[in-house]
Design a protein around this ligand. Sequence first.
Ligand code: MRU
Length: 356
Amino acid sequence: MKINGTPYRAIWPTSDAVEIIDQTQLPHEFVTLRLNTMRDAERAIKDMQVRGAPLIGVTGAYGVALAMRADVSDAALAEACSVLLAARPTAVNLRWGVEKMRELLASLPQDEREAAAWAEAARIADEDVAINETIGRHGYEIIDEIHQRKNAAVNILTHCNAGWLATVDWGTALAPIYTAFDAGIPLHVWVDETRPRNQGASLTAWELGQHGVPHTVIVDNAGGHLMQHGMVDMAIVGCDRVTARGDVCNKIGTYLKALAAHDNGVPFYVALPTPTIDWTLQDGVKEIPIEERAEEEVTHIAGLCGDGQVRRVQVTPKGSHAANYGFDVTPARLVTGLITERGVVKADAQAMQVLK
Ligand code: MRU
């Protein structure tokens, strides 16, 4: 993905560290950060300097590599895995990335671990890019079909940020959009602002803008109204965990969008790499751990002031408490299809067998 004309990934290794784009500074400042230690990687995930399920998974893998640079012992490997796994609870990709590293490294003699860790983390990152590009091609077919039927610009609604910033490159939900846009299909994206952290308003709007994709930011409550008035042809969202029967966990508010889409006959697609499927779970509502974050993310908001400074202000009365659930679960029955690197599949246990 290009930023001001320069190609970037969302994470990359250097000769002695790992670099990331600090997503907490976007869209007003583009800042890159060095992760020198496993604890730096843990902090970057916890504080959401990196976020988005696939990117968290890759950062976890690089976190293990950073740990191996300092100490290749069994104890250091066990500690790195347990620290990184605890950084955020909902996205299963973190577990996937860290466990892949543990499995490989535990089987190797200690003197081979450091080199193998860097190679494996890089392989996982490259695999993420290839997967997302393929998701883009499969999702493109759906957008193309709508365009041919409609013969006018396709209006797509998305929630949160499931773009290249949430992955190593391309994104999941945004990959079909980039592919269709690059192929010349006229389209326009409705971007949910995604309170409380505004990943839509801050990140999705920014990266769509970098790519030149026409888009409009809307408040989270506007989607139902737009759907009732025929202004949304399809919704595509990403996800943090999908159960074996197709329940989808994604950023808080996704479920309400899926309900509105269902009520209005708007196709509701979920784009995901297959490592986002948690084959050990069935009932997403009961079984997926939902992250609860600090009240301040709800009670306060940051933005660019007229004097060019970014400031944080309080939007609630002093003393009012806030609840901050990070994710919700959309039952499989509300999902039109899962767009994966292996094709578009129905969100149900039997159809999903081909993804195993
Ligand atoms: O809390 P976040 O910003 O990490 O949540 C991100 C999302 O919910 C994304 O939609 C999801 O991770 C899919 S990313 C391709």
